[in-house]
Write a protein that binds this ligand. Structure first.
Ligand code: ADP
Ligand code: MG
Length: 303
């Protein structure tokens, strides 16, 4: 998945731990092969290649994650939009390439999750317009964390943590009876590396953070980052980072991105409506937290 995956488990023997971790990594590998945006042979690439032409038969798992992605798109009123692909393709955050404004605007009509159709019975996915492209970049990692945890449990593991970059799912308790402590990074460290802004303790929960500090470049004092507002095709401007806690990684991953685009006011409403916990750091560094997060979150320093 083009990122670092870390798996920890609690186990009586190293042998059992190794075997379970091996199986969980294989599970993530398999998902990477089907959902990878960049490989021509993935199921996702086949769906994109047939946009505007024909429904594509894919595995039930691909249908499942896309159904989830469409659902989150609807619940965030398109702030998270699984069809953001044509706009994302215009940006290059490594070589700091800005797209032409004209092209950004031309492609906006291609971004609309309502034009992505799934047929669960036939196990097919169809992008109805030519040029559409689905992008699972803001949901696949959380989904993979869920599936890896499922695999660990199947292997008889009772407690563990899977971190697919910033998408983390934990289950059970550590041997000392405590939950799994996860740090939330400070999005503005002023040059210093990874600084922890706060920690949360997880027990059978997932957490994801979306931020404007992971993949970005600066130009004329403006920060251009990889979370785009599907309405404009440009990076969303309301937040610096959004952290979401929920039962499943598939939700925390996609809703952290969607909430980031919605901004603090609408974003908090959506999180509360979903019954999720979350923290938003807005563009001016103000902190918003859902009521239920208090007591679970511990702040470390300045932000
Ligand atoms: P990260 O990948 O750094 O964990 P996110 O989970 O927020 O961060 O996902 C960002 C990725 O999601 C982008 O690289 C892009 O592929 C995709 N994306 C960007 N904007 C949106 C959006 N509004 N809706 C859905 N996916 C998006
Ligand atoms: Mg996300």
């Amino acid at each position: 998945m083009d990122t670092i995956v870390a798996i920890s488990v609690v186990s009586a023997t190293e042998e059992k731990a190794d075997k379970a971790i091996e199986a969980a990594f294989s599970r993530i590998d398999a998902l990477d092969k089907t959902l990878n945006f960049f490989s021509d042979t993935s199921e996702l690439s086949r769906i994109n290649a047939q946009a505007g032409s024909a429904p594509v038969a894919v595995s039930p798992e691909t249908v499942e994650v896309i159904a989830k992605a469409i659902d989150t798109s609807a619940k965030t009123e398109g702030a998270f939009d699984v069809t953001i692909g044509p706009e994302i393709a215009l940006w290059d955050f490594v070589s700091k390439r800005m797209p032409e404004d004209r092209t950004v605007k031309e492609r906006l009509p291609l971004v609309d999750y309502r034009n992505m159709r799934i047929d669960k019975e036939r196990s097919t996915v169809f992008l109805t317009k030519k040029g559409m492209r689905a992008d699972l970049g803001a949901i696949a990692k959380g989904y993979a964390a869920d599936k890896a945890v499922g695999e660990l449990k199947r292997q008889g593991i009772r407690a563990g943590l899977v971190a697919v970059a910033g998408d983390i799912r934990a289950f059970g308790l550590k041997p000392d009876g405590s939950g799994w402590k996860v740090g939330i990074r400070n999005p503005r460290t002023g040059g210093k590396d990874d600084e922890i802004l706060a920690t949360v303790e997880l027990r059978d929960m997932a957490v994801s953070t979306s931020g404007d500090y992971e993949r970005y470049f600066m130009k004329d004092g403006i920060r251009y980052h990889h979370i785009l507002d599907p309405k404009t095709g440009y990076p969303a401007t309301g937040c610096r980072s959004v952290t979401v806690l929920a039962k499943e990684g598939v939700d925390t991953d996609s809703f952290s991105t969607g909430t980031f685009v919605l901004g603090p006011e609408k974003g908090m409403k959506v999180l509360e409506g979903m019954g999720f916990e979350g923290m938003i750091l807005d563009k001016d560094g103000r902190v918003f937290t859902t009521p239920g997060l208090k007591g679970k979150i511990e702040f470390k320093g300045q932000h």
